[in-house]
Design a protein around this ligand. Sequence first.
Ligand SMILES: C[C@@H](C(=O)O)C(=O)SCCNC(=O)CCNC(=O)[C@H](O)C(C)(C)COP(=O)(O)OP(=O)(O)OC[C@H]1O[C@@H](n2cnc3c(N)ncnc32)[C@H](O)[C@@H]1OP(=O)(O)O
Ligand SMILES: [Co+2]
Length: 134
Amino acid sequence: MIGRLNHVAIAVRDISAAAALYRDTLGADVSAAVPQQEHGVTTVFVTLPNTKIEFLEPLGENSPIAKFLERNPDGGIHHICYEVDDIIVARDQLKAKGARVLGTGEPKTGAHGKPVLFLHPKDFNGTLVELEQA
Ligand SMILES: C[C@@H](C(=O)O)C(=O)SCCNC(=O)CCNC(=O)[C@H](O)C(C)(C)COP(=O)(O)OP(=O)(O)OC[C@H]1O[C@@H](n2cnc3c(N)ncnc32)[C@H](O)[C@@H]1OP(=O)(O)O
Ligand SMILES: [Co+2]
């Protein structure tokens, strides 16, 4: 079911500082910041040869990463995103196996313009898992 590692997400309080750090200290290829209103975050993507890093900063009042940052004030790894061929097939298979799909269960459009879903961290070794349709 899961394929390539699409991205590893790091939640931060200051996405401009995080982007500058990776660009200026690590010499990384860093995108502009893009608000993702539907997700309650602003994103920056760091393009690596074999995957991406996604920086997340809270956006708006009810950001889903706000409490994570209260627990982790310096920031931290927030989720991992795997690619799947068909996100509805994957979702239904996962639900049939008892995994909890977060939100309404219907995919949202993610930062790459593809459907994404999230699986509860308590079901996957304490790690928030995002699925993105390849
Ligand atoms: C743009 C898009 C894209 O890539 O295209 C994105 O990534 S959008 C990325 C932003 N969107 C999302 O993350 C959507 C999915 N996330 C969510 O719905 C939420 O963050 C939850 C996963 C439900 C957690 O929400 P919240 O922290 O407010 O709830 P909570 O405090 O009750 O947490 C429930 C339990 O899960 C744990 N927990 C919370 N967030 C966690 C994380 N990122 N990794 C591992 N564990 C985590 C808490 O410590 C707690 O454990 P204990 O019970 O042991 O204390
Ligand atoms: Co993500």
